[in-house]
Design a protein around this ligand. Structure first.
Ligand SMILES: Nc1ncnc2c1ncn2[C@@H]1O[C@H](COP(=O)(O)OP(=O)(O)OP(=O)(O)O)[C@@H](O)[C@H]1O
Length: 989
């Protein structure tokens, strides 16, 4: 409940927040009785004192009259004041606590009830003054709050409400406000300036009050007077945590008219009417008090009189109430005194529920709202700042997470790079390990497995004699016809193979030995196809277990990638072979390996733009048509050729067949059975010397071949090699028959080159060239050593070598510039005739420009191309040419697409004009692609073709000396080659 006091002084009640006001507790009306002393008239009449205050709360009737014997003798109230009690004491002990509740926001009322001249006015004047004094004293002590005191005064005379602070005697209406209750319309409410101001107003009220002379009181108050003091208070400074409530409460000082009977007042006329109104209000007051004293369920007739209507809240509402009943002790007033005590007794039973009122005037409300607004704004700023702080914290946390993740990513990238580097190291170290462990072991071959190459350096396993082997042999009749028996003996001795088995087809074959043989004519040989038991399917396995190699099937490179994690138990026994028909799947396997582990091996000269959907095989091949494994092997082969074992074994060799050398190569070759497939099945079947029984396949087209140099091993003349008649395939074939191994490799390279659209990196291209040159160099060197070892005419050889330089692997003709041009033109023609890859031509053309050291590379290339010419002339021409043309066409298509990607529109137009292509023609880029390397006689055209191709494939700075860039130098060291030829191998690297 909130008491609202407006500016007009109207009072009412509205619903409020009781929780903030304190729960109202029922409190009985504080009832006290004050007995005044006998006045002069009573003294004069010698009035008997029938009442005696025996203590602070009890008054007794001590009359000795017989008719009064039935009366109660004692009345007990909250407080009883005797004749000697002064008003101060009455205030302090009977009214102060209730009256000062107003400063705490609690409405209060102090009533004075009693018959006329009993001392009501006398008491209430004193109570009012003392209360005012204490209120101002309280205000003075509570300077933390602002107080506003307002005063109003009214009287109810003849049931008319009159404003005692106004000269207007027009009765005031009572209004019923649904929120504030009964309000007195237009009642004057003065805001007090100070205490004196209040005193002045009190004087005015006293002067205004209806006073009449009665028989009992010369200045009898004929009306009910209500003095109303309203106190509003609020804290001076807003303090959110403290009590900042604004309070407003009213204290009513009610001086009732005398409750005597009209007859007692001896009044008549106006006095009678006056008395009837007085009694009506008092009768209603008594009824209300009596009703309230019996409980609140009964109807309380507040509205029966204006007095009870106005004092509704003070009697049965939220106000604290104190009633001071005054009485005369004189026997003559015994009846009125008894009635007063009866009224007091009823009032003592009435309870009210006082509550603290948070009172808001408009001004206070505005002030309060402003303060509340400020508080909310402060809170909003606080919340906003807190929210911002939280948001910033979240951002900081996310930033920290991002930094952490970036760090992890960098770490993962670093680990990946380390893994790649480690992989490369392992690949190299494993290869080296194989080479070093193979030499000098007789009867057993270290059989590396492709998988092991990528595992660790201890992956080499002894060749298991229980394994199934099949052998493949040189692909020409000549190879077998010229087979030297001594080599078979040596091999049998070396590998404990059965002679019977070795003599099959005129060539040594042993299913159990798994050896390779070297033809003295061809300078190399090798081959083994270890058994195919695992990973190749039961049919294949069964077909090979009996030593029967199906000549109608071709086999080639093993699966590498999948083998990395497989059981090592299997690794020494079999090398997986895959039919050529499975080439695609094999490629996928290899791709898998490279994708996962060998990405770092990709040539750096290709940027990301070089990748396209058209070139998914970029990673499928590393190097120029040769596998990574092959490159490793080739390096091993080079080392094997110059190991001390080779020298020691010279004596066991015979003639032109250097067994140790052959063995070295052979052993090495055994590691490399995972090679590309033959070009076709027909090719195998047509090969001379092919054993149709199936025990061996002399074609060994699906085996890895180490390149020897026929001309030096079979003693053929230098001219046979160096002077090529490309118009005479038969002659070419005859001249190259002694280099079958090399041819095989070249053929494989050719096959690989034309069949694989991978753009080889120039670095790998160079590596292979160096391998090739290295083999040739060593072959020549070995041949020279063999001749010396077998006590040939050394002087003659030295003289011959010195004379014509042919004993020097790095021999360069004195007229090399002219010779170079001649060979270059020859090679260009051969490239075109063999449908060699344009990229290969480009690399080669840009690398070798006529320096003396280029001679060996030119020689190698010429041999390779000569071999291809021979291949074309062996009845396989149609198929081989078709295949090479097909791949060349694919390469041109790839280059065409590159034009679209790497060349701007402007550049393309310039090229079309330069190359004589109509700008309005269709498929201009294809036309340009078709014209690349098309004119073999125009060296300028060749050069432009090379430069354009190099640009299309992303070769950086093709004009620069590429040979130096890629370490492709071949430095002859003729003066020391006999004593330290093996050391000179470093010059190839
Ligand atoms: N306790 C008292 N001590 C001394 N004098 C008193 C006391 N009470 C009343 N009087 C005196 O009695 C006279 C009448 O008192 P008062 O006017 O207060 O009576 P009243 O009850 O108000 O009468 P009415 O109802 O007619 O107004 C006054 O002169 C007053 O001074």
């Amino acid at each position: 409940m909130v008491v609202f006091v407006n500016g007009s002084g109207m009072m009412g009640s509205i619903s409020g927040d009781d929780a903030t006001n304190g729960a109202g507790e029922e409190e009985r009306i504080f009832v006290s009785v004050r007995v005044r002393p006998l006045n002069s008239k009573e003294i004069d009449k010698h009035e008997q004192l029938d009442w005696e205050v025996i203590n602070n709360d009890t008054i007794i009737f001590k009359s000795s009259l017989p008719d009064r014997a039935m009366l109660p003798t004692a009345y007990t109230f909250d407080r009883v004041f005797g004749c000697n009690s002064n008003t101060r004491q009455v205030y302090e002990e009977g009214a102060k606590e209730v009256a000062l509740s107003v400063v705490n926001g609690i409405n209060s009322s102090i009533f004075a009830y009693g018959q006329t001249s009993s001392g009501k006015t006398h008491t209430m004047i004193g109570i009012t003054e003392y209360t005012v004094e204490d209120i101002y004293d309280y205000i003075q002590k509570h300077d933390e709050r602002d107080f506003v005191l307002k005063f109003s005064a009214m009287e109810i005379y003849n049931e008319a409400v009159r404003d005692l602070l106004s000269m207007d005697i027009t009765p005031l209406r009572l209004l019923d406000d649904p929120e504030r209750g009964t309000v007195v319309e237009k009642l004057t409410e003065e805001t007090l300036r100070d205490k004196s101001h209040l005193m002045e107003l009190l004087d005015i009220c006293e002067a205004q009050r209806q006073i009449g002379e009665t028989s009992l009181n010369e200045a009898s108050s004929r009306s009910h007077q209500i003095l109303r003091l309203t106190i509003e208070s609020s804290p001076k400074h807003y303090q959110p945590k403290s009590n900042s409530s604004s309070l407003a409460a009213t204290v009513n000082f009610v001086d009732l008219a005398g409750s005597e009977r009209a007859s007692q007042t001896l009044s008549a006329g106006t006095g009678l009417k006056e008395g009837s109104h007085i009694n009506r209000s008092l009768l209603t007051l008594g009824t209300v008090i009596r009703k309230l004293s019996k409980g609140r369920n009964a109807h309380v007739p507040y509205r029966d009189s204006k007095l009870t209507r106005i004092l509704h809240n003070s009697l049965g509402g939220n106000a604290r109430t104190a009633i001071i009943c005054t009485m005369s002790p004189a026997r003559s007033h015994i009846e009125q005194s008894r009635n007063t005590l009866l009224f007091a007794s009823c009032a003592k039973e009435v309870a009210t529920s006082a509550r603290v009122n948070v009172v808001m005037s408009d001004k206070v409300l505005v002030k309060h709202l402003r303060r509340e607004l400020a508080r909310l704004e402060d809170e909003l700023r606080y919340v906003d700042s807190t929210h911002k702080a939280t948001h910033l914290d979240e951002l900081k946390e996310k930033d920290t997470q991002i930094v952490k993740m970036e760090k992890e990513i960098r770490e993962l990238i670093r680990q990946r790079d380390i893994a790649h580097s480690r992989l490369q190291e392992l690949v190299s170290s494993v290869g080296d390990g194989h080479a070093s462990r193979q030499s000098g072991e007789s009867g057993r071959f270290l059989m590396p497995h492709a998988r092991n190459l990528y595992e660790d350096g201890h992956s080499s396993r002894q060749w298991d004699e229980s394994s199934q082997y099949s052998l493949q042999f040189p692909s020409t009749d000549q190879a077998f016809r010229q087979w030297d028996e001594s080599s078979q003996i040596s091999l049998r001795h070396e590998h404990n193979a059965s002679e019977e088995e070795s003599s099959v087809s005129g060539a040594s074959v042993s299913e159990a030995s798994g050896i390779c043989y070297q033809s003295p004519e061809f300078g190399i040989s090798k081959l083994k196809i270890p058994h195919f038991s695992n990973n190749y399917g039961a049919n294949q396995q069964n077909s090979m277990k009996g030593g029967r190699y199906d000549p109608h099937k071709t086999y080639h490179a093993p699966k590498i990638a999948r083998s990395i994690s497989e059981s090592s138990e299997e690794q020494c026994k079999e090398v997986q072979c895959i039919e050529v028909n499975d080439l695609n799947s094999n490629k996928e396997d290899f791709t898998l390996l490279l994708d996962e582990d060998c990405e770092s091996l990709l040539p750096a000269s290709f940027d990301d733009n070089s990748k396209s959907e058209d070139e998914p095989s970029l990673k499928q091949g590393v190097g120029f048509g040769l596998s990574l494994e092959h490159q490793i092997r080739m390096r091993q082969a080079g080392r094997q050729l110059v190991t001390p074992d080779a020298d020691e074994s010279l004596s066991s060799g015979s003639g032109d067949c250097p067994v140790p050398v052959a063995q070295s190569i052979f052993q090495d070759s055994k590691q490399c059975s995972h090679r590309p497939p033959p070009s076709s099945r027909k090719e195998i079947q047509r090969r001379p010397g092919n054993d149709p029984s199936g025990n061996c396949d002399p074609s060994f087209t699906d085996t890895e071949v180490s390149c020897g140099v026929a001309k030096k091993l079979d003693g053929s003349s230098d001219e046979d090699v160096k002077v090529l008649d490309i118009k005479n395939p038969d002659e070419l074939l005859k001249a190259r028959q002694n280099s079958i191994a090399c041819e095989e490799k070249l053929r494989r390279r050719h096959s690989k080159t034309v069949s694989d659209m991978t753009i080889p990196s120039i670095s790998n291209f160079v590596e292979e060239l160096k391998d090739m040159a290295q083999v040739q160099y060593q072959s020549q060197l070995t041949h020279e050593q063999l001749e010396t070892h077998h006590s040939l005419d050394e002087n003659h050889q030295v003289e011959k070598g010195t004379k014509d330089g042919t004993n020097d692997p790095c021999y360069t003709p004195s007229n090399w510039p002219m010779e170079f041009e001649k060979q270059q033109r020859e090679i260009i023609v051969l490239w075109d005739a063999c449908n060699v890859s344009l990229i290969h031509r480009t690399y080669f053309f840009l690398l070798f420009k006529g320096e003396p050291a280029d001679s060996i590379y030119m020689e190698v290339e010429r041999r390779r191309l000569s071999f291809l010419i021979k291949m074309f002339s062996q009845g396989n021409e149609n198929e081989t040419v078709s295949s090479s043309l097909k791949n060349l066409r694919r390469e041109r298509e790839m280059l065409q697409r590159k034009m679209q990607k790497r060349l701007s529109s402007k550049e393309r137009k310039a090229l079309y004009c330069k190359w004589g292509i109509e700008l309005n023609s269709k498929q201009r880029s294809m036309q340009l692609s078709q014209r690349l390397w098309s004119d073999t006689k125009d060296l300028e055209h060749v050069k432009e073709s090379a430069l354009l191709v190099s640009k299309l494939i992303g070769l950086l700075q093709p004009e620069k000396p590429l040979k130096e860039m890629f370490g492709l130098s071949f430095t002859p060291q003729g003066s020391h080659r006999r004593s330290s030829s093996w050391m000179r191998m470093s010059s190839f690297r």
